[in-house]
Design a binder for this molecule. Structure first.
Ligand code: NAP
Ligand code: GCO
Length: 264
């Protein structure tokens, strides 16, 4: 069984893995034996991340690359292929959110979220697919969201992008399954990272942020998730253990999507 989940010698690119969920996923793939490449947008984040990977004994190759920039993404993929080898595993993790009521949101803000959270996974997948098709194997993992299924106030662009990402996942699976490529999604629940920090900030009187209390009550596990909660699911979807799993979204949400919410 152990071998089924091993990734020895495989090359993995995890986008936006300077910190947060992407970092934990990259750490897990490295622990399973993969060679790691990652990117982010700023030199400061890149330097801090390289130091963090080094502390864990992971020799990660880092790039400054905005995933919305098709040329830069292609150049990064070409460099990874030259230095580490052809990419076996792509994790489309980089993402942003803007919490703005839709009627107050500028079209440009909406577009920026869709560009990073939906168009960029298409750009990245397009960059790695030809070599995966040639070799007859490959794993693409798209980081989706509760908002791939649910709506909520202020996150119209994010929900539109993550709902679209769920369908891009199914479409890649449909179009490229015949080449031995699997494309699946991970749908994290509410995970404690910089992205969700504003939703957990204690109130001036020291009490819990109301959204924090709401999420704990809405989650059967009665807690926020941690980036480490995504490690096992990521290794599963990156490994031979999931070779006949395709077009699936694996929700890792402590049960949120199964639950109507705490009864009064
Ligand atoms: P985070 O803490 O904000 O980290 C985001 C990462 O993405 C950073 O490394 C950031 O680095 C990078 N990034 C953002 N835009 C980028 C771009 N255009 N090009 C390249 N890198 C970019 O977010 P997170 O909470 O770990 O979330 C990671 C993914 O999981 C996102 O797709 C998010 O939507 C999704 N997700 C999060 C949660 C949650 O509860 N936290 C739940 C469900 C889904 P730089 O700042 O240096 O660019
Ligand atoms: C929000 C949150 C969410 C989470 C996550 C849920 O404001 O509702 O940030 O969108 O980050 O994507 O799965």
């Amino acid at each position: 069984m152990d071998g089924l989940f091993r990734l020895d010698g495989r090359v993995a690119l995890v986008t936006g893995a300077a910190y947060g969920i992407g970092f934990a996923i990259a750490e897990a793939l490295a622990e399973a034996g993969a060679k790691i490449a990652f990117n982010c947008r700023s030199q400061a984040h890149l330097d801090a991340a390289l130091a963090d990977y080094k502390k864990l004994g992971i020799d990660a190759r880092g790039y400054i690359c905005d995933v919305t920039d098709e040329e830069a993404a292609a150049a990064m993929v070409a460099d990874i292929e030259k230095t580490l080898g052809k990419i076996d595993i792509l994790v489309n993790n980089a993402g942003i959110i803007k919490r703005i009521p839709m009627h107050e949101m500028a079209a440009e803000e909406f577009r920026q979220v869709v560009d990073i959270d939906l168009v960029a996974p298409y750009i990245m997948a397009k960059a790695v697919l030809p070599s995966m098709m040639e070799r007859g194997r490959g794993k693409i993992i798209n980081v989706c969201s509760m908002m791939s299924e649910l709506g909520r106030e202020t996150v119209s662009a994010y929900a539109s992008a993550k709902g679209g990402l769920k369908m891009l996942t199914r479409n890649i699976a449909s179009e490229y399954g015949k080449y031995g490529i699997q494309c699946n999604g991970i749908g994290p629940g509410y995970i404690a990272t910089p992205q969700t920090a504003p939703l957990r900030e204690p109130q001036p009187d020291g009490s819990r942020h109301p959204f924090d209390a709401f999420i704990v009550a809405k989650t059967p596990a009665e807690r926020w998730g941690t980036p480490d909660d995504l490690k096992g699911p990521a290794v599963f979807l990156a490994s031979d253990a999931s070779d006949f799993v395709n077009g699936h979204i694996l929700y890792v949400d402590g049960g949120i999507l199964a639950y109507i919410g705490k009864q009064p």
